[in-house]
Design a protein around this ligand. Sequence first.
Ligand SMILES: NC(=O)C1=CN([C@@H]2O[C@H](COP(=O)(O)OP(=O)(O)OC[C@H]3O[C@@H](n4cnc5c(N)ncnc54)[C@H](OP(=O)(O)O)[C@@H]3O)[C@@H](O)[C@H]2O)C=CC1
Ligand SMILES: Nc1nc(=O)c2c([nH]1)NC[C@@H]1CN(c3ccc(C(=O)N[C@@H](CCC(=O)O)C(=O)O)cc3)C=[N+]21
Length: 284
Amino acid sequence: MSAEVINGKDLSYELKQEMKEEVNVLKHKGLTPHLTVIIVGDNPASKSYVRGKQKASDEVGISSDVIELPASTSEEELLQIITELNNDSTVHGILVQLPLPEHIREESVIVSIDPSKDVDGFHPVNIGRMMTGEDTFLPCTPAGIITMLKSKNIEISGKHAVVLGRSNIVGKPVGQLLLNENATVTYCHSRTNDLKAFTKQADILVVALGIPEMINDTHLKEGAVVIDVGINRLDDGSLTGDVDFDRAKEVTSYITPVPRGVGPMTITMLLKNTIKAARGLSGN
Ligand SMILES: NC(=O)C1=CN([C@@H]2O[C@H](COP(=O)(O)OP(=O)(O)OC[C@H]3O[C@@H](n4cnc5c(N)ncnc54)[C@H](OP(=O)(O)O)[C@@H]3O)[C@@H](O)[C@H]2O)C=CC1
Ligand SMILES: Nc1nc(=O)c2c([nH]1)NC[C@@H]1CN(c3ccc(C(=O)N[C@@H](CCC(=O)O)C(=O)O)cc3)C=[N+]21
């Protein structure tokens, strides 16, 4: 089988063209969507992602700013800044780049963000809404994955979707969104016995482990759809996914590459959420 590659960069480009027009309409009404990103400490990967988010915002006409805080910032100081942004009506979306330094509790920061400005979709209120299938900010990486599947008219309903990984930002919510689309969902994680017994059954396999090229053709059923979420920086500076692309593509029907796969879609969904936040959750 020769696989069709789902290029997230190309799909992002198309979606950004549409969003640019939506933003223009809002601007004519006197409303410029604004995203504020907070970054604590100087993790080079985080800085590079934040630059990517700013560049993409610029491309569609969303205004953005970045608040850079030293790694020594206390949790209290960070919460104070978030409170100010919650109260600032010119700020529509707030994103706190993860991971945070160890002395700051991620959960306290996430719950402090006004759910109506939570463009990451990480606030428990928005997670609850996602679970019940209400309209809300969907977490960006999972929403990007569903958008990629739909862009190729890949059937989700009735399919067996196997998710490798159960983090709060990727694994758990992508399984929930696949369930909302009527897939039968299995989660695997580090305590799963006999991983291959599950991956072999997958019609749709989402891999979010953080282990370079752990999954290959021997894990897959012929014709499977493989979504590689992993972003692993190798010693030579190159990026690779959690899937051995060259081997896997010999058996898959569709596969996403790394780079230019899920990563760009994550950013594009953030832009979508920011426009939604500017309009107000109920939409107008
Ligand atoms: N493309 C994008 O936009 C994004 C990419 N990423 C990338 O996706 C990957 C996953 O990210 P994230 O979810 O945050 O990572 P986490 O480290 O939070 O979660 C990894 C998951 O993989 C599971 N796992 C680890 N080792 C094994 C194993 N040997 N067998 C089975 N399961 C295992 C863990 O299980 P357990 O729960 O038991 O520990 C955990 O659930 C990373 O490479 C990250 O960089 C992340 C966010 C966005
Ligand atoms: N609050 C928060 N929200 C996030 O959404 C968030 C986060 N914290 N912390 C880190 C992860 C990771 N993440 C990525 C975004 C874009 C690419 C991306 O664009 N990747 C490009 C390559 C970029 C490069 O070359 O470095 C690609 O795959 O083609 C990757 C990863 C968002 N995350």
